[in-house]
Design a protein around this ligand. Structure first.
Ligand SMILES: [Zn+2]
Length: 242
């Protein structure tokens, strides 16, 4: 049965060469989740749309669906987020991590909210002085959307009201003295409060004079995300070494 072609908003999340002249493009779409498509002949000729199929560009794509691999027959640029990102290593690493995390969280279903969160985060990072904080905010918002955000005040195990001073990704976030098990990370209550501010869109209120607090927020957010995704994300690992 021949399926109808469709148009959708999309972000390129990965590309790789295929055959002699084609390129496989992995797209995070607004209304069809993750779509793998082939852009035929884009490496051979001066393809009209081939050059637009890059990272950090929001596109309006035309797709012919197929069970294994869709065909991308057209793409128009909607927004270009690459400027400000591709010339700065930290911003580039954070923006790459955002695309990778979105890919892990997205399914094959329509998820306009995840798509909007992802484009919003890329837009924020373009001129950000604190891209890691933007990445943390994206991670916390995306985890909240996925339904496994860390508890940052009440104990994740017994519900006892905080503030608490330990965090355990496996338990679901902050843990009280009674629920604190092996593998819990000691963390000042103030840092958990800062993390709550980041999760709830108050990133501007984070004091920037405490880099160690920021690095703890990043470490806990990443640990929680990784525990839930159950595999280490290569881009995040690169960022941790930086
Ligand atoms: Zn407890």
């Amino acid at each position: 049965m021949r399926r109808e072609s469709f148009r959708d908003r999309a972000l390129v999340v990965k590309t790789y060469d295929f055959g002699e002249a084609d390129r496989i493009i992995v797209l995070l779409t607004r209304n069809h989740g993750i779509v793998r498509g082939v852009a035929k002949g884009v490496r051979r000729s001066k393809s009209r749309f081939g050059s637009r199929l890059q990272l950090f560009v929001e596109l309006d794509v035309q797709l012919y669906p197929s069970r294994k691999l869709s065909t991308i027959s057209g793409a128009d640029t909607v927004a270009y987020y690459a400027s400000g990102i591709i010339e700065d290593f930290t911003r580039y690493s954070c923006a790459s991590a955002i695309l990778e995390i979105a890919t892990h969280i997205a399914g094959l279903e329509k998820d306009p909210h995840l798509f909007e969160e992802t484009t919003r985060a890329l837009k924020n990072i373009q001129d950000s002085a604190e891209p890691v904080l933007d990445l943390d905010e994206f991670m916390l918002r995306a985890m909240n959307h996925a339904g496994w955000a860390p508890s940052l005040f009440d104990c994740a195990s017994c519900g006892r009201p905080g503030p608490h001073t330990a965090f355990n990704p496996g338990a679901g976030g902050a843990v009280c003295l009674y629920c604190r098990q092996a593998g819990s990370i000691a963390v000042p209550a103030e840092t958990l409060h800062m993390m709550w501010l980041v999760a709830n869109g108050h990133t501007a209120r984070i004091p920037l004079e405490h880099p160690e607090q920021q690095s703890t927020i990043h470490r806990l957010t990443t640990a929680h995300l990784q525990w839930h995704i159950e595999r280490k994300l290569p881009t995040l690992a690169v960022l941790d070494q930086a």
